[in-house]
Ligand binder design. Structure first.
Ligand SMILES: Cc1cc2nc3c(=O)[nH]c(=O)nc-3n(C[C@H](O)[C@H](O)[C@H](O)COP(=O)(O)O)c2cc1C
Length: 385
C-alpha cells in the first residue's frame, strides 16, 4: 500500500497533487470536478485587480506543435487571463467552494498596488480560503516589469501581504529570470509560507499568412510538457536553499514527471495544462503512475522519495575519463540510416544495409537515441588516455 499523504503549509493533503490556478478551477462546477478527480487541493483561477484582464478574448487557446518530423514539442499557448469575477464575486466563490468541497481551497490574487493587495488578501482570508497564492508571475504581466528590480519589488509585496493576513501566503514565481533562486530566497526572507516554482513563460506565435501574432494579437502564456526540464533544473537548485515547502508547477503530464519534482525536493505538484488538454480524468492516471513508480522502487511513502535526487555534479566533478563506443546488434538493424545522418563524427556507415561503427566513434550517445529498433548499444572500453 502506497501512502501519498502529505502536509503542505499546515494543510493535510491525501496526495501531493493540486489543481493549479487556471480556467480549470474558475467556477464551482470546475472545482467539484476537481474534487471528484481525486486531486488533493485546488488553487482558484486568479483574481486580478486590473479589471481589463477579467474578460479573456475569444479564442484564447491554441495547441502548437514545434519541431519537425518525429521530434516535436507541444505547447499549450493561451491568453486566458483572470477570473471574470470582481473581488466580491471572488470571495463568494471561495465561500461556496468551502461549503461544497472538503478539499483545501487556495485563493490566488494578482494586484498592482498596496491598496489592491490589502483588499484582496483580506477578502480571501475573510471568505475562508485556506491559503493564498500571490500570483507575482503572470506571463501576461511579467514583461511589464522590464527594467524594474523584480526581486526587490516581489519581496516587498510578499512582506506587505505577510503583514496583512495570517493564512499561509504562497508567492508564485516566474521562471523568466536570470536567477529564480534570488527571487526564491528573497520571498522566503520576507515571510513566504511556501512558494510555487513556477508559472509559465511568455511566448509569441506568428500567423505566416496575416503576419500578425495569433489569437488576440499579442504575447501569450507558453507552457507544456517541455517546460518540465527547465523548471526542474531551477527547483533542484532552490529546494536545498530554502526551508519552506515548494509546490512544483510546470510540464507535469505523467506520474513519472511528478516523481522527478518530488525527488528534486518539491512537497506538492500542481497540474494544469494536462487537465486542460485531457480533462480531469488525467488526475487518476497520474496518481496511479506515481504509485506504480514508487512500488517499483520500493518506496512506501513520499518521505522516502522527496529530496532523494542524487548529487548534481559541478563542471569539475564530471567524470571525463570513461570511454564508451557504439556497437550495433546486426539482427535488429533495419538499415534505416538515422544513425548515419546524425553522426557528426563520421563514425557510422551503412554496409550491406546494416549500420557499421568505425574507430572514429566518440561515444556521444546520439545514434542510440535515434535508432527506432534499439539496435545500438554501448560498450565500455576503459579509461581514456
Ligand atoms: C489556460 C491557463 C490559465 C492560467 N491561469 C493562471 C492564473 O490565473 N493564475 C496563475 O497563477 N497561473 C495561471 N496559469 C498557470 C498555471 O497555474 C500553471 O502554473 C502553469 O500552467 C504551469 O503548469 P502546467 O505546465 O501544468 O500547465 C494558467 C495556465 C494556463 C494553461
Amino acid at each position: 500500500m502506497i501512502d501519498l499523504r502529505t502536509d503542505y503549509v499546515g494543510l493535510k493533503l491525501k496526495n501531493p497533487f493540486i489543481a493549479a490556478a487556471a480556467g480549470i478551477t474558475g467556477s464551482l462546477h470546475q472545482l467539484k470536478k476537481a474534487e471528484e478527480s481525486g486531486i488533493a487541493a485546488v488553487v482558484l483561477k486568479s483574481y486580478f485587480q486590473k479589471s481589463v484582464c477579467r474578460r479573456s478574448p475569444t479564442p484564447h487557446f491554441a495547441l502548437l506543435q514545434s519541431g519537425h518530423g518525429r521530434v516535436r514539442a507541444t505547447t499549450l499557448y493561451s491568453y486566458e487571463q483572470a477570473s471574470e469575477r470582481d473581488l466580491d464575486g471572488y470571495a463568494q466563490l471561495i465561500r461556496e467552494a468551502k461549503e461544497s468541497l472538503s478539499i483545501p481551497i487556495i485563493a490566488s490574487i494578482n494586484c498592482f498596488n498596496e491598496e489592491g493587495w490589502q483588499q484582496a488578501a483580506r477578502a480571501v482570508e475573510e471568505a475562508g480560503a485556506d491559503a493564498v497564492e500571490l500570483n507575482l508571475s503572470c506571463p501576461h504581466g511579467v514583461h511589464l516589469m522590464e527594467g524594474r528590480d523584480l526581486v526587490k519589488e516581489l519581496a516587498a509585496t510578499t512582506a506587505f501581504v505577510r503583514s496583512l493576513v495570517s493564512i499561509p501566503i504562497i508567492p508564485k514565481l516566474t521562471p523568466q529570470m536570470s536567477s529564480p533562486l534570488a527571487l526564491a530566497l528573497a520571498v522566503e526572507k520576507q515571510g513566504a509560507s511556501a512558494m510555487v516554482c513556477f508559472n509559465r513563460f511568455t511566448g509569441l506565435e506568428i500567423n505566416l499568412e496575416t503576419l500578425e501574432p495569433i489569437l488576440h494579437g499579442g504575447y501569450a502564456g507558453h507552457g507544456g510538457p517541455w517546460s518540465l526540464y527547465y523548471n526542474l533544473r531551477w527547483l533542484s537548485e532552490i529546494a536545498p536553499c530554502v526551508k519552506v515547502p515548494i509546490s512544483a508547477s510546470g510540464g507535469v503530464w505523467t506520474g513519472q514527471d511528478a516523481a522527478k519534482y518530488l525527488l528534486a525536493g518539491a512537497t506538492t505538484v500542481q497540474l494544469c495544462s494536462v487537465i486542460v488538454a485531457e480533462g480531469y480524468g488525467a488526475v487518476s492516471r497520474i496518481i496511479r503512475e506515481l504509485e506504480d513508480y514508487m512500488a517499483q522502487k520500493g518506496f512506501s511513502d513520499l518521505g522516502q522519495l522527496r529530496g532523494k535526487l542524487g548529487k548534481i555534479r559541478t563542471m569539475e566533478e564530471v567524470d571525463r575519463t570513461q570511454r564508451i563506443v557504439a556497437e550495433v546488434e546486426e539482427e535488429k538493424c533495419t538499415g534505416c540510416g538515422n544513425c548515419v545522418r546524425v553522426c557528426i563524427y563520421n563514425a557510422i556507415s551503412l554496409e550491406d544495409g546494416k549500420a557499421v561503427v568505425n574507430e572514429l566513434c566518440q561515444g556521444c550517445g546520439l545514434c542510440r537515441e535515434v535508432c527506432p529498433t534499439k539496435a545500438i548499444y554501448y560498450v565500455d572500453v576503459g579509461e581514456r588516455k
